[in-house]
Write a protein that binds this ligand. Structure first.
Ligand code: DP6
Length: 322
């Protein structure tokens, strides 16, 4: 009863921030993302009839209690659905820095869900896998399907699912992730979601999110970079405005993040097709068209505070690999 699955991380163009139901992770607003090819987690799950309690290794080391508890809680939701009562040993390997605003939880919980279901010998629909992955981490629902993915809100567990809106070869976008700080973030998105409603701006952000998503989806489908860039940056800025005005305030931007955001806007005015978006961390995702990626990569590494640049094109969905 063992299986291995891989899942790519994803970057949201229209952000998920805040839940209407914390335990089911029913999001306050719909979101839209692209999977990041090669920024992945590979997870092996083995269900053990004799083992007492779940165990977890991350990158070859035994994980701390907090991480193990979160995984164990997710495994319990999967045990319930799969109708098994075995404990599991989980081995998870990430090939990118964790806790740095590049959504390691998305790739981890997508891979964990797909591996655990396969290890139990069950065959569930992709839609149901996205709902199950969502219980572990909201953004993980978007790492299950391939390419460009939308996650709908929904008022119940089964209604809040994610699906592909365009395949990965639809548009050759590249995410150049400018790493300005690769350490663990101080306040994770999990706690952040619970404080989103303490900002007066959250109501306004949520109210207009579906409109922004429509504009973003349309721009993606028509490969209209100008329209795409303006809605993606605006949506990221709105989420960070909510974060900064939450109680207590959450400031993820660093001076070097602002230097990058400013440079991206300037480069776009010079004709390069690039825009920025930031998750719950200071690293800046510079999303561009493939033909401008080399030039932009060279410019980004020269900016002060940039430690390195990760590069990812549009990725596939979660897959069972062994
Ligand atoms: C800012 O999915 O990491 O990256 O459900 O608590 O695991 P949990 O939160 P998570 O939140 C992602 C927040 C974000 C925006 C996004 O990816 O849509």
């Amino acid at each position: 009863m063992r299986a291995t699955a891989t899942a790519n991380s994803n970057i949201a163009f229209i952000k998920y921030w805040g839940n209407i139901d914390e335990s089911l992770r029913l999001p306050a607003n719909p979101s839209l993302s692209m999977n990041l090819d090669g920024l992945y987690t590979e997870t092996t799950v083995e269900w053990h009839p004799e083992q007492q309690g779940d165990s977890l290794n991350i990158n070859g080391q035994s994980a701390d209690e907090r991480a193990t508890d979160r995984v164990s809680q997710h495994l319990s939701a999967l045990r319930k659905r799969l109708d098994i009562n075995y404990s599991a040993h989980v081995d998870s390997v990430n090939n990118f820095p964790m806790g740095a605003g590049i959504a390691s939880s998305a790739a981890s919980f997508a891979a964990l869900t797909v591996a655990a279901v396969a290890a139990a010998g069950a065959a569930l629909s992709e839609r149901e896998l996205t709902c199950l992955a969502r219980l572990g981490s909201g953004s993980a629902s978007r790492s299950v399907p391939s390419g460009f993915v939308e996650w709908v809100t929904g008022l119940s567990h089964a209604e809040s699912f994610a699906f592909t809106i365009a395949p990965r070869d639809h548009w050759g976008l590249v995410d150049l992730v400018a790493i300005v700080h690769a350490g663990h973030k101080e306040v994770g998105s999990r706690e952040g979601h619970t404080s989103a409603s303490t900002s007066e701006f959250q109501t306004a952000r949520v109210k207009t999110a579906a409109q922004r998503l429509d504009v973003c989806r349309q721009a993606l489908l028509e490969r209209d970079f100008a329209s795409f860039a303006s809605v993606v940056e605006h949506d990221s800025d709105m989420m960070h405005a909510v974060m900064m005005t939450s109680k207590p305030p959450l400031f993820y931007w660093r001076p070097s993040s602002l230097v990058l955001m400013d440079a991206v806007r300037r480069w776009r005015s010079e004709g390069l097709r690039v825009c920025y978006t930031l998750d719950a961390g200071p690293n800046v995702h510079c999303v561009c068209v493939a033909s401008d990626a080399d030039e932009l990569g060279e410019r980004i590494v020269q900016l002060p505070g940039v430690e390195r640049v990760l590069r990812a094109s549009v990725g596939g969905g979660a897959e069972v690999s062994a």
